[in-house]
Design a binder for this molecule. Structure first.
Ligand SMILES: [Zn+2]
Ligand SMILES: [Zn+2]
Length: 164
């Protein structure tokens, strides 16, 4: 008797993983492992939140949203960012949107990229009044610093930035 699951894709035994989408067994070499993909998104829908997919489910369910996510993350890294201290440069820009907030980030860079990613999802290319704060918390027996941030998203003409 052999209870080793057979991989859905390559039909070999030792399929020690299960596709989160179709619940069929998949082996280590055929599985698509997600490693925190989509972690910058505000909300990750259930069908994109599984840790492992078979090739077919990955192609059908994950590939297109993942490509879009990566393009958005690229745009977030290119975000035009002004800190709260730069209001002399940006005071004349309109602030129509509600402030974005992120909490529990590992460092200052992650905080700004998370704010920027939210701004990209809302169709903006600029963050105004970026304000990052940090505080120490106690996790178990050691202290840890966590970062939070706020910013107001807006859309500006990138070619006009130098004049500010
Ligand atoms: Zn396989
Ligand atoms: Zn599957």
């Amino acid at each position: 008797m052999n209870f080793t699951p057979i991989c859905k894709t390559c039909k070999k035994p030792k399929a020690n993983f299960v596709c989160g989408q179709c619940s069929e067994p998949v082996c280590k070499s055929c599985g698509q492992f997600m490693n925190d993909a989509f972690s910058f998104r505000k909300e990750v829908p259930k069908e994109l939140a599984h840790p492992v997919y078979c090739g077919q489910c990955f192609d059908e369910t994950v590939a297109a949203p993942l490509a879009e996510y990566e393009a958005n993350l690229e745009r977030a890294r290119d975000m035009i960012v002004f800190t709260k201290a730069e209001t002399k440069k940006t005071g004349h820009l309109k602030r129509k949107e509600l402030p974005l907030t992120v909490t529990d980030c590992e460092d200052e860079i992650e905080t700004v990229i998370r704010l920027a990613y939210f701004a990209v999802e809302a169709g903006h290319n600029c963050l105004l009044d970026v304000d990052v704060t940090h505080r120490k918390i106690i996790v178990g027996s050691h202290k840890k610093t966590i970062f939070s941030g706020t910013a107001i998203p807006t859309t500006i003409d990138p070619s006009a930035v130098r004049e500010y």
